[in-house]
Design a protein around this ligand. Structure first.
Ligand code: 0GY
Length: 309
């Protein structure tokens, strides 16, 4: 008899997460938070959404927690990945299983009920993600997003925004009117071949300043053009991203967050060594004070307010 629910094959060309990341040379400060990571499935337990744009390999919570321990993090923020659509079960399962060491960011539809939101909150969810990246999701009407924002605001949640830098001019007025704190993924995806002092990145920085936005200085592996082999074979990787990340950390030391982005959806060129990503941090958060705020104080304030690291 054929299986009524055969597992979907992985998207061709899609790279799997690094199975044996190096132990970073950079010692994370005690209580460090990986504030942007995902779980995928496992598909047999948590099927992927029919409307997804890619089918990943499995990357379950045990593997995420093993990575957390190997790299030296204390906590995770698990962000709902688009391959799971608005079915938050895999993310919630991971957050619940963490024993308080993970928080979640969900994807919800505008018809989400107050009761469903309260259940997510009780599980450890503290925000929703609005995704505008066209290769990942079909566009959501802004009216729908405004409805969601109004529903989540009373819970004290925030809104994580993922967009391409070229779309910021069109989106910024909508973002500025949202009634909840904003968190931007991956520094708003700057084009790192352009000058850090150029008009595009300046516009992004001024938007952040004007709206008290939080920024994830994440995903050098996605933003880099030079890649991880940039400097004479040295382990100083993704150097073309460093000026952008450094500028954000210098201007907004109390509003920056960092995460691995494990298991790194949608990469076909190269898969980063997660240990090398950790070793990238001191290139742009250069002082111990910047590092402690980025990795401990800021994510604790946003996701575990009142708790000691
Ligand atoms: C990221 C980036 C990407 C994908 C997703 O949820 C997702 O599918 O976030 C991407 O492809 O740029 O933050 O993980």
């Amino acid at each position: 008899m054929s299986d009524p629910h055969p597992l979907a094959p992985k998207t061709p060309g899609w790279l799997d997460w690094c199975p044996d990341p190096s132990v970073p040379a950079f010692r994370l400060p005690p209580g460090a938070v990986d504030a942007h990571c995902h779980v995928f499935g496992p598909q047999a337990d948590f099927p992927f959404a029919p409307e997804r744009k890619y089918t990943p390999c499995d990357a379950g919570r045990q593997q995420l927690f093993a990575l957390r321990d190997r790299l030296g993090f204390a906590r995770n923020v698990v962000v709902q990945a688009t391959c799971h659509g608005a079915d938050n079960s895999a993310m919630v399962d991971a957050v619940r299983a963490s024993g308080g060491r993970a928080r979640g960011v969900a994807t919800v539809r505008p018809d989400v009920t107050e009761r469903e939101l309260r259940e997510l909150d009780a599980a450890g969810v503290r925000g929703v993600r609005f995704n505008f990246v066209r290769r990942l999701v079909d566009a959501s009407p802004r009216d729908d997003l405004a409805v969601i924002a109004k529903k989540i605001a009373p819970l004290g949640w925030h809104i994580v925004l993922y967009f391409e830098s070229a779309d910021l001019p069109d989106l910024e007025d909508f973002f500025a009117a949202l009634p909840a704190p904003l968190v931007i993924d991956h520094m708003g995806r700057p084009d790192v071949t352009r000058p850090v002092d150029g008009p595009e990145f300046r516009r992004f920085l001024r938007f952040v300043e004007a709206n008290d936005v939080w920024v994830k200085v994440t995903c050098p592996e996605r933003l880099s053009v030079g890649g991880p082999w940039a400097v004479d074979g040295e382990r100083h990787a993704y150097t073309d991203v460093v000026p952008f990340a450094r500028r954000v950390v210098e201007e907004f030391p109390d509003r920056v967050l960092w995460g691995t982005d494990w298991p790194h959806p949608n990469l076909t060129g190269h898969m980063p060594d997660d240990g090398l990503l950790v070793d990238h941090i001191p290139l742009f958060a250069v002082t111990a004070d910047q590092q402690r705020r980025l990795l401990v104080d800021n994510p604790m304030r946003l996701y575990w307010p009142g708790e000691t690291p």
